[in-house]
Design a binder for this molecule. Structure first.
Ligand code: PLP
Length: 368
């Protein structure tokens, strides 16, 4: 008799459950300041809460395919209709649907690093090889490297994924470079998880009308502040959506999240309030910490900021450990570009942002 291990698909063997230790920790101790996971510090608006309660009362019923919310998304993005939109439990699930419709074991996914980790997790699960193309770090700023992305293409490349703005760097790639990559014809996923902070005017969604290979992904986890609801979507050509939607689990998005999402889209004031709060906070943190010699702040258009304090002689790890003594959880980053001074903060409440700034200033001896 063969052992159970011999029956697993070879490329999934040993893949563990993904557990975010800092999120686990934050739920265990609600007094901690969650400045690590790019969540929104503001709770859902009353209008969104009303929708949640209304549909919670109908939770005994199966959801439909979400035509109302998909139509709303289509209208907001000026695409033909709900057939151009597929919805999922957060954009993480949407990548899973997209990836499994293109990838076979041994094929390649190009990602631009540093980047969001879920692309790699889903690609690896499908037996794909992740090809990481690093961004360029020059003059203490992170830059996209579209030429290197193009150069990394092989006959095995099945997907190219680029986040815009990128996490953790916070910057946008020039519009013309999206066209260059789209022109290759390779499925090109543009992750716009944070685009609402800069406004939909920065979206590349119009490319989906010209290029069947371009897919835009978005989420309500960030500017809309509904990370715990799990709602994301992709916009693309209708035929492409039809094909990718073949991978959907029946009733994947629950009734409550889909109607809460609709309420969030309709509550334009609620979004504007969250965006303004965030962008003011990013300015506050950026300005307050730019005074530290040898401490570099990456300009951000999202709800997090990446720092490099390598030249101060301190490491990102040391900053994280000090912040933890004040109950603040930050996000560590691996050593890169010869520096081990990287770390990232997520915008918190006004009090938390002040506490974070004071803590970092104190750590670097800048606080009287
Ligand atoms: C670039 C990027 N894309 C997508 C997501 C996924 O979010 P969700 O699965 O909650 O939609 C995140 C979350 O941190 C992210 O940083």
């Amino acid at each position: 008799m063969k052992k159970i291990e011999e029956y697993y698909a070879p490329w999934v063997k040993g893949i563990p459950m993904y557990i975010s230790d800092h999120i686990e920790k934050a739920w265990r101790d609600p007094s901690l300041h969650r400045m690590m996971s790019n969540e929104n510090p503001l709770p859902p608006s009353d209008k969104v809460l009303e929708a949640m309660v209304k549909y919670a009362k109908m939770a005994n019923r199966y959801p439909d395919q979400g035509l109302v919310v998909r139509s709303k998304i289509a209208e907001m993005n000026n695409v033909d209709g709900p057939g151009n939109v597929m919805i999922g439990n957060g954009s993480s699930e949407v990548y899973d649907n997209i990836f499994r419709m293109f990838l076979q074991p041994g094929e390649e996914v190009i990602q631009h690093t540093p980047c969001f980790g879920i692309y790699g997790l889903r690609g690896t699960l499908l037996g794909a090889k992740m090809v990481s193309v690093p961004m360029i770090y020059k003059d203490h700023l992170m830059h996209y490297d579209p030429d290197a992305i193009i150069a990394a293409i092989t006959d095995k490349t099945k997907i190219i994924v680029v986040a815009n703005p990128n996490n953790p760097t916070g910057n946008f790639m020039d519009a013309k470079h999206f066209i260059t990559i789209a022109e290759t014809g390779i499925p090109f996923v543009i992750d716009e998880a944070y685009v609402e902070y800069a406004g939909l005017g920065m979206s590349q969604v119009q490319l989906t009308k010209k290029y069947k290979n371009v897919l835009i992904t978005r989420t309500l986890s960030k500017a809309y502040g509904l990370a715990g609801m799990r709602f994301g979507y992709t916009i693309a050509d209708k035929e492409v959506i039809d094909q990718i939607a073949g991978s959907l689990l029946p009733w994947n998005v629950g009734t409550i999240p889909m109607w809460a999402a609709l309420a969030a889209f309709e509550d334009t004031e609620g979004l504007a309030e969250r965006v303004k709060f965030n962008n003011d906070a990013v300015d506050f943190i950026t300005e307050s910490l730019s005074v530290i010699p040898g401490f570099y702040v990456m300009p951000s258009k999202a709800n997090y900021i990446l720092f490099d304090c390598g030249e101060t002689g301190k490491t990102g790890k040391e900053v994280l450990a000090f912040a933890e003594t004040r109950g603040i959880i930050l996000r560590g980053e691996s050593k890169k570009y010869g520096s081990d001074g990287w770390f990232r903060v997520t915008v918190g409440t006004a009090e938390e942002n002040k506490l974070f700034v004071d803590t970092v200033l104190e750590f670097f001896g800048m606080k009287k």
